[in-house]
Design a binder for this molecule. Structure first.
Ligand SMILES: [Fe+2]
Ligand SMILES: [Fe+2]
Length: 154
C-alpha cells in the first residue's frame, strides 16, 4: 500500500488541527515502514503511539468544537468513539499475536482521509471564525496553550 502524502484539500485552515492530522498521517506511514521490515515489536510500538496520539487529537478537537459552540459536537464525538472501538479491536488482536497490520493500515488510511474531508470539514465553517482568536493566542494562559497542555501534556 502506498505511502500517504498530504494534499491541500485536507487542510481545515485551523493550524493546530492541520498539524495534528499531519502527525497522525506520519504515524500511519511509520506503520507502513514497520510493516515493510516485518518488525513485530516496532509495529506494536508504532500502533501504541498512534493510538495514544489519536486519542489526544480527538479530545483536543472535541474540546475545540465544543468551546466554539459547534452544534453537532455530540454526533462528532460519536463518530470518534465508534472509530476508537474499531481500532481497539485491532489492538486486542495484535496483542494476541495476530498480524493485523495490513488491515489496520488500510482502515486508518481510508478512515482518516475520509473523516478529515467530510466530518472534520463540516465543523470548519462554524468553528474557524470563532476559534481564530483563540488559536492565534500563543500566550501561556491562552486557550491554545492550556488545551495543548491538557491533552498532549508537556
Ligand atoms: Fe474529528
Ligand atoms: Fe480530526
Amino acid at each position: 500500500m502506498a505511502y500517504l502524502s498530504w494534499s491541500d484539500d485536507l487542510d481545515t485552515g485551523i493550524v493546530e488541527i492541520d498539524n495534528q492530522h499531519k502527525q497522525i498521517m506520519d504515524f500511519i506511514n511509520r506503520l507502513h515502514d514497520a510493516r515493510q521490515h516485518a518488525d513485530r515489536s516496532n509495529i506494536v510500538a508504532v500502533v501504541d503511539d498512534l493510538v495514544e496520539y489519536t486519542l489526544s487529537h480527538f479530545a483536543f478537537e472535541e474540546c475545540l468544537i465544543e468551546d466554539a459552540g459547534y452544534e453537532f459536537v455530540r454526533g462528532h464525538k460519536k463518530v470518534h468513539e465508534l472509530f476508537v472501538r474499531r481500532v481497539n479491536g485491532f489492538v486486542e488482536r495484535l496483542a494476541k499475536g495476530e498480524d493485523i497490520s495490513h488491515e489496520l493500515h488500510s482502515l486508518l488510511h481510508r478512515w482518516l482521509f475520509s473523516h478529515i474531508r467530510h466530518d472534520d470539514a463540516a465543523y470548519v465553517a462554524a468553528v474557524r471564525p470563532k476559534m481564530k482568536v483563540l488559536t492565534e493566542t500563543q500566550a501561556p494562559g491562552g486557550w491554545l496553550s492550556r488545551s495543548l497542555k491538557r491533552f498532549f501534556g508537556g
